[in-house]
Structures are given as structure tokens and as C-alpha cells.
Design a protein around this ligand. Sequence first.
Ligand code: FDA
Length: 506
Amino acid sequence: PAADHAPALVIGSGYGAAVAALRLARAGVRTVVLEMGRLWETPGPDGKVFCRTIAPDHRSMWFRTRTEAPLATFLWLDVVNRNISPYPGVLDRIDYGDMAVYVGRGVGGGSLVNGGMAVTPPRSYFSEVLPQVDADAMYGTYFPRARSALGVNSIDRAWFESTPWYRYSRVSRAHAARAGIGTVFVPNVYDFDHMRREAAGTAPKSALAGEVLYGNNHGKRSLDKTYLAAALATGLVTVETLSRVRAVRPHARGHVVTVERLDLRGRVRATDEITTSRLFLGAGSLGTTELLLRARETGALPDLSPEVGRGWGHNGNVMAARANHVWDPVGARQSTMPVLGIDDWNNPTHPVFAEVAPLPMGLEHWISLYLAITKNPERGHFVYDAVRDRARLRWSRDQNGPSVAAARSLFGRLNRVNGTVYRHDLFGGNRAIADDFTYHPLGGCVLGRATDLYGRVRGHRGIYVVDGSLIPGSLGVNPFVTITALAERNMERIIREDVLRDPRGR
Ligand code: FDA
């Protein structure tokens, strides 16, 4: 290891972690980042860093022998997934029985695999979800700060209206309009100037070559190109990869973490201990919650709140697909970066914000695909499984009822008005609505419950939660802008009140 003591230690390198690393370094604090995934910058034998979505290889998934893509089949045939050799690939899927969660693995966390949609939630719903957080400060200062540092930009409207690459979005917009439902443009961190050069043939293709889910080789401003690059540029931040934190316990100098150093076959080649005065947990909703739950249940951090492990939700995620008429093609060419959302969030009974998702198969398939975000009041919680030393999510399929009902209400209307039907061949089990996985795990260490109002963990000083586990299960929109903005808000306070006032360990 670079050090056996770090003034500040950040676990994970997703959105919350990246903000923490940058803000600590800018305050002059030497910071070590521990990330269980690899650094994605060296090209493989094919000259590319990431593999293609429709031709996945070992780089695609985290230690698997077969890929587990969210859309399992096409025409009920298992043509999507591939056998692969186990490797620290960039996408992981964690199965908890009735619910599976997709997460990114690598320096940049979810930013490496996600669709880049950079959405700020409606202010009224943000205040409903996090009433204790000053919305004026969020909307006036921290959301703009986050959007600017993330490199958020918007598609040129004239290009959107004319390019074949977004025909699939325009088709869905027309179908929604016929049902009297509006759509909104959604900003993204993918560089739209690069995308236009891809379309013109003057830049290497990524979004226009079907790349998403297993990484983008060009165009996307993932965290390694924004927050983490800025953090590293200070010279005060070290990132240690293939370093998985297993345990946390108190120590005379603050806390000590146990780190497993992995090799490319997933074996633990060494186990180290690193002490730190300030520990920032940015391992994501599942990672952070599991670390704290294990620490509480094994007695390592006995004073943690009983709220650790509670208040988990999947942001009401469900997927659906509609079959269009043959005279209404969606286009064989589809950009993988979504730019349009069907906005029915103000629907009094069934609020839905449905992203018009691409299905870039390189052929005309007449399918409209959606990732719907619904308002689901159900919450899950985690319990510690001592035998397997892991967290288990308590979430049952029937808790998805409100989400499925909301999706059926919206897409049923679209089908009725447009004379279209659901596709049943894409998600396995002959289902029209996929309600067994999520891209948006939220909660587990909720702000103001398991932590104080700024992410300081209750019961043990010097531990902070900075990631999506702070958000109580629902946000109404795609979450990374909010995770980033909340981390900006909390880190500003923590640096001022904790770090600078008590510079021990700087
Ligand atoms: P995040 O999950 O990003 O990072 C956690 C990091 O910690 C990971 O790198 C992980 O490997 C590491 N880690 C975990 N445990 C560890 C341990 N014990 N030791 C060391 N490291 C550990 N959102 C959005 O706003 N717009 C979008 O378009 C999309 N699209 C989308 C598509 C797909 C396919 C996915 C999977 C997700 C999205 N999302 C999204 C969701 C978004 O990516 C997600 O909300 C954020 O990445 C969560 O940020 P966090 O900071 O909470 O953790």
C-alpha cells in the first residue's frame, strides 16, 4: 500500500466518493481512495478499453462465466448473453432473490456504465423526500455546482429533430403526445459535440456504436475524466484499485479498515490494514450499507444507529417495452444516450417519469423501450447474514405492486391511444413489465436517520457517508446529479466544521 495511515480515506470512487476526494484535496488533505474495481484506461487486445454491448467479453461483468444483461432475450431466445471468462469487469449485478441491482465497478463507479442522464429532480419532490435539506441552497448553489463539475450538456434541438439516431425518441414523443402526455429533454454528461462528429464520421463512434452498460470508449464524461481527474491533479490524492474494503473498526488514530487486494482472477493476494483519522464511505447504497451493517452486527462499531440498513428503495424502477406498427419504424440506428423523458410525474394517482431508452440492435425492431421511475412508498431493509458475512436485502416482489400499476397505467394509455401492444419476449418469463431489477439503488444509511443532517455517521465520530445510501429510496428522477450535489453540500460543511477546525492528521 501507498501508506498504512491516511489522513483521509475514501471507500469507493463513484459520485459521492469523487466529490469527497476532490473537496478534501482542495482543502489540503492528503487522501487515499480505495476502489475494488480496476482502472479503465488501458486498451485490450482489440485496441479498445471497453467491450461492445452486443458483443460482450471478459471486460463486461464482474467475475462471471456468463453475462447477465437486463434484457435477457429477444423473441424469447437467449441471444443476448455470452459466455465469458471471469475478470474484474465493469458491470456487476447483485442478486437478492426478488430484486437484482446493477452497479458499476471500477474507478468512476456507476459513471462508467450508466446512461449519463443528468436530471435535477423537481424541487417540490426533492423537498418531499429530503425535507430537512435547505432547497434554496441546493437549487441555488449545489445543483449548479454539481452540474458544472460533471460536464452536463444538452442536445442541440435542431439536430435532435433531424438525425436518424434519435428517431426512436421522436416516435415515443409522438405516441405520448397522442395520449396527451408531455415529454421533456433530459441533459446528459455525454459530449453532444462529440456525438455529432460521430454522426458526421469525423470522430470514433461510441454512443452511435451501441456502447453503454459495459462502458463507453469515447464521448462520455465519466468521473475519471471530471471529478477524479481534478482530484488527482491536486497531487494529494492516491487511488488504489482492486482494493476491496471488508471491515472497519475503531483505532487510537481514528479508525482502521481491512483491505483485500485482489488479483485479476478475483483471488485475495494480500490483506492490509490502513488507519485513518477520517473515513468517508462512498461504496454506493449497497456497499456502504453492507460495511456499516457488518460493523454494527459483528460488534466492531456497536454504537451505530439501528437505522443503518433501513430505508432502502429502488427509485420505483421498472422497464417496459411496446411493439409499434410496421409503418412506424424506430430506426436501426439508435444513440445509446437517452435524451427524452415522458413526464407524467404530476399524475395524481400514478406518477411516472419514463426515460425513452434505446435498444441499439443494429436492425429495425419496431420496439419502444422505457425505464420508468415511479413513486413507490414501499421500502426494503438489509439484514446481516453472519454465515456468509454479507448483507441480505429484504424486499419481496409484491412490494413492486405500486410501480407495476403505475407503469401499466401509463403504457396502457399509450398502447390504447396508439393501437399498439406490449412486447413480452424481452425480460424473460413472458413479462411485459420487468420489475425484478433496478439501476437506482438508494438508501440504507438515510440522511438524518443513520447519519446527522450532513452525513456524519451517528454513534461513531470521524465516519461519514457520502453516496446514494443517504437518499431515502426514491427521488423521482435518475439519481447521480442529486447524489453529487448532496455530497457537495455535505462536504462543504464537513470540511469547514470538522476538517479545518480540527486539522489532526492533515
Ligand atoms: P457508485 O455505485 O457510483 O460507486 C460506488 C463505488 O464503490 C463503485 O465503484 C464500487 O466498485 C465501489 N465499492 C463498493 N464496495 C466497495 C468496497 N467494499 N471496497 C472498495 N470499493 C467498493 N443515474 C443517473 O443519474 N442517470 C443515468 O442515466 C443512469 N443510468 C444508469 C444505468 C446503469 C446501467 C446503472 C447501473 C446505473 C445508472 N444510473 C444512472 C445510476 C447511477 O449510476 C448511480 O445512482 C450512481 O452511480 C450511484 O453513485 P454512488 O456514489 O452512490 O455509488
